[in-house]
Design a protein around this ligand. Structure first.
Ligand code: DC
Length: 204
């Protein structure tokens, strides 16, 4: 069965870990929508005089992102200045429109299901997904997880700032989508979360 599953939640909550494990379990594709915002942020940081309207965005059937024919390495997308810039540009209506349209075209390009994570995947981009998950965890636990994840880790304050931007923006703020499966994984192992999600998909 080719499911479309969305995972939303704040930064550092484990969306990518959960999404990748689920994709393996369901033989599906996994895509992190934050990467698209990060590509745009990286491009605008590198080309400060360019405008959003100059950007041509493509996500192909291999889930590779190109922006005006440029493709960035993952390592370049997780630099500190890209973290803050991505949260900043994610407030802009025209950026959200551009990204949402590309994402909505994605499922029909793929030969199997899609697990997609972000901040507005279930609330705005794919409100009719087979399953919408909202993943949550305590801020201290999220900050600890982020610290283990990368060299240029975000502090608890950085995470709080980004969450605040994402929750309080006018355009597609981070929220629990209607009919979402809410999971607080502060005290859960990720394989328990995976089992819980698979059980929720079984009746579908
Ligand atoms: O998930 P991430 O940390 O890679 O996301 C980077 C930023 O992109 C995040 O601070 C907010 C923005 N974003 C968004 O606004 N909507 C999404 N669906 C995904 C990411």
């Amino acid at each position: 069965m080719d499911y479309l599953v969305t995972i939303d939640g704040p930064s550092g909550v484990g969306k990518t870990t959960l999404g990748s494990l689920l994709a393996k379990e369901l033989n599906s594709n996994f895509f992190s929508s934050g990467k698209v915002y990060r590509n745009i942020a990286k491009y605008l940081n590198s080309n400060p005089s360019s405008d959003i309207s100059d950007i041509s965005l493509d996500i192909n059937d291999e889930l590779e992102i190109t922006l005006n024919s440029i493709s960035y390495q993952d390592i370049e997308l997780y630099e500190k200045d890209v973290n803050s810039k991505s949260s900043e540009i994610a407030k802009l209506k025209e950026v959200r429109k551009l990204v949402s349209k590309s994402l909505q075209n994605l499922p029909k390009k793929l030969s199997s299901g899609l697990i997609v994570e972000g901040r507005d995947m279930g609330s705005v981009v794919f409100p009719n997904a087979d399953l919408k998950i909202y993943l949550d965890a305590d801020i201290d636990i999220r900050a600890q997880r982020r610290l283990k994840q990368s060299n240029d880790s975000e502090t608890k304050e950085d995470l709080l700032q980004r969450d605040e931007n994402d929750i309080n923006r006018l355009e597609s703020p981070l929220m629990i989508p209607e009919n979402a499966l809410y999971i607080d994984n502060s005290n859960m192992k990720m394989d328990e979360v995976v089992k819980l999600v698979i059980r929720s998909l079984e009746p579908l």
